[in-house]
Write a protein that binds this ligand. Structure first.
Ligand code: CP
Length: 312
């Protein structure tokens, strides 16, 4: 295998990684799935993933735990802040420092932008950002582009629609920064109030073709190879009435599939609420649960190369 590009690094922003890093990570993710369970189970033997989730999670926490277990490591952490000494007034800094004393890598989800970057200054071990405010969710983007690569056998040349809450959805930011390493057309579809933040447009518009749309029109559907759907982030919405106005605006259902390319792939970081009809879950186009499954494999690969210079 090529030289390890990830050993001992922090995974805070997808912007810290480039196309060569992604290629290397994809190769390791492919490789790890070919290992026999005994060999795979030796990689992180005796090592510990420590985590803290200040916000709800199903996939990120469980896929990391499952990934760590599959490479022979263990996980310990705080999934319910109410049960921790934070309730006695312990600071964020002291909490992160303490977790890093008991573990070899630290995974954090926190509602504030910049929370993971700050944690890197405190933690004695590599930090993984498991979602920071509406800023970033870098490992989600890594598994998103891995899913696209596995399914389409390429990323260059694709037309990718990103639909829904582009203002508050942190997966969107990590995804567009990741995609800006490739030769793709990005179509951003959202209501005006949920358009992508202007600084991100500024950051990447010189790197990729990017267009903004208010509607998922028939013309646009005929162009898209991927439709990446996002949930309206109700918890980050300042006004519930405004949220209700746009809830369900772009529901992906059989009608949308009929108007799309036959081989369009539907991705979603999940959880979904009502933006994808369960009636399309069993179509060949619905990739979101496969995407979630790839999350475990990609995170097992990521943990392996963060923790070991030569994991294989
Ligand atoms: N995709 C994702 O981050 O899911 P969870 O919020 O369930 O972790």
């Amino acid at each position: 295998m090529a030289k390890n590009r990830f050993f001992n690094r922090n995974v805070v922003s997808i912007r810290d990684f480039d196309r060569d890093d992604f290629s290397y990570l994809f190769d390791v993710t492919d490789k790890i799935q070919t290992l026999k369970s005994k060999e795979r189970g030796e990689i992180a033997k005796g090592l510990i993933l420590g985590y803290i989730f200040y916000e709800y999670s199903t996939r990120t926490r469980l896929s990391f735990e499952s990934a760590m277990s599959s490479i022979g490591g263990r996980s310990l952490g705080i999934s319910d802040v109410d049960s921790s000494s934070i309730m006695k007034g312990e600071s964020y800094a002291d909490t992160i420092k303490t977790i890093s004393l008991y573990s070899d890598v630290v995974l954090i989800r926190h509602p504030s932008d910049g929370s993971s970057r700050y944690a890197c200054e405190i933690s004695q071990k590599p930090v993984i950002n498991g979602g920071s405010g509406s800023e970033e969710h870098p490992t989600q983007a890594m598994l998103d582009i891995y899913t696209i690569f596995k399914e389409k056998k390429k990323i260059d040349g694709l037309s990718i629609g990103i639909v829904g809450d582009l203002k508050y959805g942190r997966t969107v930011y990590s995804l567009i920064y990741a995609l800006s390493n490739y030769n793709v057309d990005i179509h951003l579809v959202s209501p005006a109030v949920l358009r992508i933040r202007s600084e991100s447009i500024y950051d990447i518009s010189h790197k990729v073709n990017m267009q903004q749309h208010l509607e998922l029109s028939d013309d646009l559907l005929q162009k898209l190879d991927i439709i990446y759907v996002t949930r309206i982030q109700r918890e980050r919405f300042p006004d519930l009435q405004e949220y209700k106005k746009i809830q369900g605006l772009y529901t992906i259902d059989e009608n949308i599939l009929k108007k799309s390319k036959p081989n369009v792939s539907i991705l979603h970081p999940l959880p979904r609420v009502d933006e994808i009809s369960p009636s399309i879950d069993n179509t060949v186009n619905a990739l979101y649960f496969k995407q979630a499954a790839y999350g475990k494999e990609l995170r097992a690969a990521l943990l392996s190369i963060l923790l070991h210079e030569n994991p294989f």
